[in-house]
Write a protein that binds this ligand. Sequence first.
Ligand code: TRP
Length: 355
Amino acid sequence: MTSTVDEPFTTAAARSAQLETEILEHPERFRVLTGDRPTGALHLGHYLGTLANRVRLQTAGVDVFVLIADYQVITDRDSVGNLTGNVRELLLDYLAAGIDPARATIFTHSAVPALNQLLLPFLSLVTVAELQRNPTVKAEAEATGGRSTSGLLLTYPVHQAADILFCGGNLVPVGRDQLPHLELTRLIARRFNQRYAAGQQVFREPEALLSPAPLLLGTDGTKMSKSRGNAIELRDTEDRTAALIRRAKTDSQRTVTYDPDNRPEVASLLLTAALCAGRSPVDLADEIGDRGAGALKAVVTEAVNEHLRPLRRRRAELARDPEYLRGVLADGNARAGGIADQTLTRVRDVMQMIY
Ligand code: TRP
């Protein structure tokens, strides 16, 4: 998006700054709902972009709900892949990154029936035209390459509203592309309260918390993604990480400078190292100077491996304890299920559906 006046974004950014202050003063006022599709292991971009932010919120004392959105995997693909394995990898990444199941609630869609049932009343509150206008749905429908759009793809933003509203989530960390989803959630909450609850506040309207982290690109300077082979996965070994960075694209200029516009590949490597080492990319570039791409890659490898070392150690330990992992999900699912049951009971009550 290159539009110069992006009003929803500007408004959300200003409000997010206010929210950050409120979070520090009154963390107990907030419940965060966030999540991921279990389509594979997470990479460094996920870690620096969203995972670390969730852990930060948790540490600040906010009640954090993390959804493993298994029903969303079937919105835009015919085959789910190894769902069981992917859920496990995601859970391992969460726990290794520092999401603490004693404080946060980790759960899956499919294990919380009452959450999914909210989809029915919620679907009655939106028009087909509103769903068809959703930019993310449009983009995903186009990405399926002319194949017909499934009913679930069209309605998944409504399902996502159920994800947020079932637990009274009032804060949703998002990237700017997810802002329209959050607007729809707010609309559904408002309409539900008006139409079915005679103005009682059964659902409160959640707010977007725009992610503070800069976008990390892959080792080739394009979007970091597993399918492009440019992603440093959290679960990778140090040797694999080193090999990936060794193959990274650079350019023919010997002197290393931080110039994201003209030298995206070199800039991306510098930013990766800088974020991991807690340094500025310009300072790192100055230090490397005319020692060239080889020195740059050594610096990046060292910074990434060192930053991820404790996380990877925890991850390997956790991976050896499948009983514990099962227990974490069972507890999270039970907790989310209890809350969803209460919410659904309230919904049935105001809709006069308890006989
Ligand atoms: N759509 C998110 C993703 O693609 C996952 C998700 C599902 C989510 N439900 C949500 C995120 C509710 C925030 C709020 O990873």
